[in-house]
Design a binder for this molecule. Structure first.
Ligand code: ZN
Length: 370
């Protein structure tokens, strides 16, 4: 006797296995473009495909479907890149099925989300024209594709983002803004044994600034400042001339983002004869929990209920997505609509196969009614 699972026809598993096997980290331009081709192939003739070259990255893939009825389009957002280096499938994260879990690099974040959106688009029951935009550079903050996404979003009725669901099916109605900065400190080099007093340590100066920057962290307000990389000095017996460090800030409102950014860009040296150069700024504006986003969530919740799909609104976390761009433009945005699963950005990344098909039906239901 065979045991019937709620879903599983093998076609999606073999497609997703192929997609995971084509490992596509952000900087692997050829792999990103090959991934775009696989998605185009899966879309077949039903959707019109367009590729836009993004300087320094692979192509942005844009698929268009739905009736050409003059209504403002709906926008679906996804990305072709993953955080996993090529070779991850052969070593740390082999592609394998274990019960109703499918493991593999980039499946949860977010190749299975692409598959879900594609099924919904191929169902061909849309209220309006639909644009599905797939960025090549999302995992590094979408520096190259941001302007394209924003162009596509102008005048869109809504944006649905196929980033992974929060574990247990949670969707996302808000995200923090993200700021990235790189700070160069220039001091004065000297022999540490012979002329120590003539030196001005770039590392000491960086240490002062790092403490000031990290003191911006205010958990009560949801603001965090993290110095994640520091690089400085040449030898143990030299007063260091150079030090460079990077800062990541996360904050839930534009005010908090901008205040923190201003503090960082206007830092001044504490040590005499040292110099600071600050580059960077707000990479992703905050995606605030506006009523229009919550209304989209309620609509999705209704459809999920009729499908018997566990669904809820997840609390805000610090991770950004391309939904930050559309939300900040005032486009009603609902995110976390991709696959359920866990382990994004880790070697335990997997998707939950039991809800894959029903989550595609949820997106189809949204495209039908929105
Ligand atoms: Zn993602």
């Amino acid at each position: 006797m065979s045991i019937h699972t709620p879903f599983i026809d093998d076609a999606p598993i073999s497609t997703l296995t192929d997609w995971a096997a084509l490992e596509s980290p952000t900087r692997a331009v050829d792999a990103i473009n090959a991934m775009a081709s696989l998605v185009e192939q899966a879309a077949g003739d039903a959707l019109a495909g367009e590729r836009i070259a993004v300087a320094g990255f692979g192509d942005m893939l844009i698929l268009r479907g739905g009736p050409q009825n003059g209504k403002p389009p709906g926008l679906l957002l996804g990305h072709l890149d993953t955080v996993h280096a090529i070779g991850t499938a052969a070593t740390g994260l082999p592609i394998r099925r274990d019960g109703m879990r499918l493991y593999g690099p980039g499946l949860y974040d977010m190749k299975a989300g692409i598959w879900i959106a594609l099924q919904a688009l191929l169902a061909q029951t849309m209220m309006r024209p639909i644009i599905f935009a797939l960025a090549p550079d999302e995992e590094v903050g979408s520096p190259g594709s941001r302007a394209i996404t924003e162009d596509l979003a102008r005048g869109a009725a809504y944006a649905l983002v196929l980033e992974p669901a929060r574990e247990g099916g949670g969707c996302v109605t808000c995200r923090k803004g993200v700021g990235r900065f790189e700070i160069d400190v220039e001091g004065v080099a000297a022999h540490a044994g012979v002329r120590h007093e003539a030196g001005r340590s770039a590392i000491t100066e960086a240490a002062h600034q790092i403490l000031k920057i990290e003191a911006l962290t205010d958990y009560a307000q949801g603001l965090t400042a993290n110095v994640g990389l520091v690089n400085g000095g040449t030898t143990v017996n030299t007063v260091p001339q150079h030090c460079r460090f990077t800062v990541d800030i996360r904050a839930p409102t534009p005010q908090l983002c901008n205040t923190a950014a201003r503090t960082i860009t206007s830092l001044t040296p504490i040590t005499a004869d040292t110099r600071l150069t600050v580059r960077g700024g707000i990479a992703r504006p905050p995606y605030e929990r506006r009523e229009a986003n919550v209304a989209l969530y309620r609509k999705a919740q209704e459809i999920a209920n009729t499908l018997g799909l566990p669904f809820h609104e997840a609390p805000r976390t610090g991770g950004g997505s391309d939904g930050n761009f559309t939300a900040a433009m005032g486009i009603p945005t609902l995110d976390g609509l991709g696959a359920d699963g866990a382990g994004a950005h880790t070697l335990n990344e997997y998707i939950d196969l039991t809800t894959l098909d029903v989550r595609a039906r949820l997106i189809a239901g949204l495209l039908e009614t929105l």
